[in-house]
Design a protein around this ligand. Structure first.
Ligand code: MCA
Ligand code: AMP
Length: 493
């Protein structure tokens, strides 16, 4: 019996004594040791009553056991559902109620809050591998009978915020994840000779799938950093070959004078994604290191869609070509436009998800019957097939690689007594690419922006908080009555 993703990424390493994860304390775990830990955790999950197809919610720090838990969920046939550690109780309530998991794993510090949300069993996973999950795993067998799973079975459920304000759970199958890992590993020529600097969070596609799945597939070594730290990356560069990051990683590395050609001489590849990489960052990075950052483009729903080439021209400001096995169309109302014309980016292939959890209408709106997914990103393709993203039709702010949907914030701000209406928009930010501003129109002139912030902010993860509130007499609107966020952006940069 087979388990598509487990066999390809994990089981193959059962006898592999090569080093896998090197942690912040300098300790290194072999691949075989990792697979034994995965089995111990799979035993814990199964004893906790998790059955094949059940969701496991994980909101935990970036630890060895957190990434091993991903493997354990796959081995036990469960659906892994990681959540941003910044989410508040209010945000968690929605995810937990929507996904109805069979088990929640969280930091002991949030255990009490999470237990208040419902009666799902909870295990804890906290710093230094402490907590009830790790303790329970320590006493378990290092063997676990892998639960059979096929290509179409779900392996993960990743929530992505929606333009309507409600987050949508993207259902990702074993085939979705494996096919993308295979394409990227081949295209970027990742092998067991590579050493990846992993400084991304592991609750999103970029850090969990793009980085970890390719490393696992190739048998590469991973320097697993518990958090982003430019200084620590600088120290690791001479003994590493690969870095994957959001554009903020690269602007922060550029700010360190130690970043030079010599320092990066051993590095084979720098990958950027999740947000637009400014052409000036690309150029400045090449000038300093002699290396051209490889930019690629993807989404939670589709995994990676395009990539600049490994060999050949990596062009600043473009996201490259459709990955092998992945189709990309630029369309106007569903009909392909001519090369060179701007339109909606649509994509089809084994990379494209299975639909939104419990949201058949949303799925039907964004995933066409012919298999093409409507990304909401606007792009243009040149005659060679090279794609550039020129904007977004969806109202979305990307700060430091995190997506923030204005509608979600506007709903919370509009609920404040004394606020008539609001418009949340993004403005350029030197570190995060974009940052969040909120324009508010007041009903109650006594209300202050501090008063609004005090009510709004406990509901929302810190990275979503508006960095500034602006009080206006009225929001600028076009003749159709639509709020003109471009006008707000131009006036409040
Ligand atoms: C931290 N803060 C942020 C962000 N990160 N605010 C807005 N946007 C952010 N991304 C807040 C903190 O709460 C803090 O608030 C203040 O900013 C300064 O924090 P700092 O210590 O500078 O931040 P950091 O901890 O160094 O984090 C910056 C970071 C991090 C390393 C860029 O945001 C990060 O790891 N981003 C990667 C996100 C990612 O993996 N995205 C992939 C999504 P205060 O001090 O005021 O309390 S997957 C995806 O998009 C698709 C599929 C794809 O194509 O990959
Ligand atoms: P998420 O919803 O978190 O999966 O974020 C996906 C979105 O991030 C895409 O729809 C794009 O708008 C954006 N994105 C990802 N990679 C890039 C990139 N290289 N350049 C510009 N935008 C990107």
């Amino acid at each position: 019996m087979t388990n598509t993703l487990f066999d390809a990424l994990f089981a193959r390493h059962a006898q592999n004594d090569a080093p896998f994860l090197t942690l912040d304390d300098g300790s290194t775990l072999s691949y075989a040791g990792f697979i034994r830990r995965v089995a111990q955790l799979a035993n814990v999950i199964a004893s906790a009553g998790v059955s094949p197809g059940d969701r496991i919610v994980v909101q935990a720090p970036k630890l060895l056991d957190t990434i091993a838990l991903y493997g354990a969920a796959v081995q036990a046939g469960a659906v892994y559902l990681p959540l941003n550690t910044a989410y508040t109780q209010n945000e968690l309530t929605y995810f937990i109620e929507d996904a109805s998991p069979a088990l929640i794993v969280c930091d002991a510090r949030s255990e009490a809050e999470i237990r208040m949300i419902g009666d799902t069993p909870v295990l804890t996973l906290s710093a230094n591998e402490s907590g009830t999950l790790s303790q329970a795993a320590d006493g378990q067998s290092e063997q676990f009978e892998t639960v059979p799973r096929g290509t179409e079975d779900l392996a993960a459920l990743l929530y992505t915020s929606g333009t309507t304000g409600r987050s949508k759970g993207a259902m990702l199958s074993h085939k979705n994840l494996l096919s993308n890992a295979q394409s990227l590993t081949e295209l970027w020529q990742i092998t067991d000779q590579d050493r990846l600097i992993h400084a991304l969070p592991i609750f999103h596609t970029h850090g969990l799938f793009v980085a970890m799945n390719t490393a696992l597939l190739a048998g590469a070594q991973v320097r697993f950093m518990s958090a982003f730290d430019a200084g620590a990356i600088i120290e690791e560069l001479p003994r590493s070959t690969l870095l994957m990051g959001v554009p903020t990683f690269y602007t922060r590395l550029l700010a360190d004078p130690r970043l030079t050609k010599d320092l990066t001489a051993n590095m084979r590849l720098f990958v950027s994604g999740s947000a637009p990489l400014l052409a000036e960052t690309h150029v400045a990075f090449e000038a300093r290191t002699g290396r051209r950052i490889l930019e690629r483009y993807g989404m939670t729903e589709t995994n990676m869609i395009t990539s600049n080439p490994y060999d050949g021209g990596r062009v600043a400001g473009t996201v490259g070509f459709a990955l092998p096995g992945t189709e990309v169309l630029i369309t106007d109302n569903g009909a392909p436009v001519a090369d060179g014309e701007i339109g909606m980016i649509e994509t089809r292939g084994d990379n494209v998800f299975q639909g939104y959890w419990n949201m058949p209408e949303k799925t039907a709106e964004e995933l066409r019957e012919n298999g093409f997914f409507i990304t909401g990103d606007l792009g243009v393709k040149d005659t060679e097939g090279r794609v550039s993203i020129v904007g977004r039709e969806k109202d979305l702010i990307i700060a430091g690689g995190y997506n923030i949907y204005p509608k979600e914030l506007e709903d919370v701000i509009n609920d404040v007594d004394g606020v008539l209406e609001s418009a949340v928009f993004g403005v350029p930010h030197p570190d995060f690419g974009e940052s969040v501003l909120a324009a508010v129109v007041l009903e109650d002139p006594e209300l202050t922006v501090e008063g609004i912030a005090e009510i709004v902010e406990p509901h929302l993860a810190r990275f979503k908080h508006p960095r500034r509130y602006i009080v206006l007499d009225a929001l600028p609107r076009n003749t159709m009555g639509k709020v003109q966020k471009n006008v707000l952006r131009a006036e409040h940069v």
